[in-house]
Design a protein around this ligand. Structure first.
Ligand code: P6P
Length: 345
């Protein structure tokens, strides 16, 4: 075989996550490497969870813990394991001073008070799907802290608002395991190659199609949705669009981002503010969505413009192809001015 240069081999194997992060960092001359290290810490935890998710059925890691988590939802064994793995990875990495996790009520302090970043994370979203081998995912959101380096982090570090995220992404444990993230300069996706133990760049500069024919919503709550949501769903049915809802946000989001489509989790009677969490589900996916050229809204405003009030705040969530989100908002009709406001312009 003729001797191939390292560069040629790198191209043959593909660009690894490490090489990509290094290349991306060099584009920012003042980058000091901490964010790069943090992204690698998250990627490492994803490899460990990937291994545990893939063998859950064999080593009795599937199924429920038998009690609820802080959200009052049935906690799965893998929820607990994934939470521990990410907390350990971020604590050991040293770049993160504090974490908010879906699985814990309050701030988790890492004792790295010199860490520049805080992370909000849903360690394993859709974990009730594990037993039936449906895709699940980790969702993460990264902020540069606003409190002084060397002090203990506080709520203000997490209440900066969606547009202050410096990076966000997800790990999808599906037919293949993928890490998809953005640091604000586009979205890139890496497929995990188990035999190499490497994430390999598989989708460079992902863009969401302007329009699509897939809508993702839980039809079981149809009667509980606002009129405009029901009107939209009826139009989708009439147009013969494809209904795809797998009960795993990351899986639906990923498919719709690649093929075009829209995901909706509106307010319901059971969840009048919506079910999904702002800090570690909707903000990070909305950050990615805007980087993909997609749209993310609560039906009133862009998700990234919602002012955060508390760690586990919920919000209605509509995200996907701009044309489809536009069709949904059109069903609302012209926004009626609030009562008592001036209407003669
Ligand atoms: P429902 C999983 O619990 C999750 O947070 C998302 O991943 C998923 O899209 C949604 O909730 C499913 O909720 O009420 O339709 O079962």
């Amino acid at each position: 075989m003729n001797k191939k240069s390292v560069q040629e081999l790198a191209v043959l194997i593909g660009t690894t996550l490490d090489r990509f992060i290094h290349q991306e960092q060099s584009a920012f001359p003042y980058a000091t490497g901490e964010l790069s290290h943090l992204l690698r810490d998250i990627a490492l935890a994803g490899k460990i969870i990937n291994r545990e998710v893939n063998r859950a059925g064999l080593v009795d890691l599937s199924g429920a813990m038998g009690h609820a988590n802080v959200q009052g939802e049935s906690q799965q064994k893998l929820d607990v394991i994934a939470n521990i793995r990410f907390l350990r990875a971020l604590q050991r990495g040293g770049e993160v001073c504090a974490i908010i996790s879906e699985e814990d009520e309050g701030i988790i302090y890492t004792n790295n008070d010199n860490g520049k970043y805080v992370v909000a994370i849903d360690p394993l979203d859709g974990s009730s799907n594990i037993d039936v081998n449906v895709s699940i995912g980790t969702i993460f959101s990264i902020y540069r802290r606003v409190t002084p380096i060397g002090t203990q982090a506080s709520m203000s570090d997490f209440m900066q608002g969606g547009r202050k995220q410096v990076a966000a992404g997800y790990i999808l444990y599906g037919s293949s395991t993928m890490l998809v993230y953005s640091t604000g300069s586009g979205v890139n996706a890496f497929t995990y190659e188990y035999s190499l133990g490497e994430y390999i760049l598989s989708h460079r500069n992902l863009r969401c199609p302007e329009d699509g024919s897939i809508y993702s919503i839980n039809d079981g709550y149809f009667d509980e949705y606002d009129d405009y949501i029901r009107s939209y769903v009826l139009k989708c049915r009439k147009k013969g669009l494809t209904a795809r809802y797998i009960g795993s946000l990351v899986g639906d989001f990923h498919r719709n981002s690649l093929k075009g489509g829209v995901y909706l989790y509106p307010a319901t009677k059971k969840s009048p503010s919506g079910k999904l969490r702002l800090l570690y589900e909707c903000y990070p996916l909305a950050f990615l969505a805007e980087q993909l050229g997609a749209v993310a809204t609560d039906g009133q405003q862009a998700i990234l413009d919602i002012v955060p009030q508390h760690y586990h705040q919920r919000t209605p969530f509509i995200v996907g192809s701009p044309a489809m989100v536009g069709d949904i908002l059109e069903e609302k009709g012209p926004l009626t001015p609030p009562p008592g406001s001036c209407t003669d312009f």
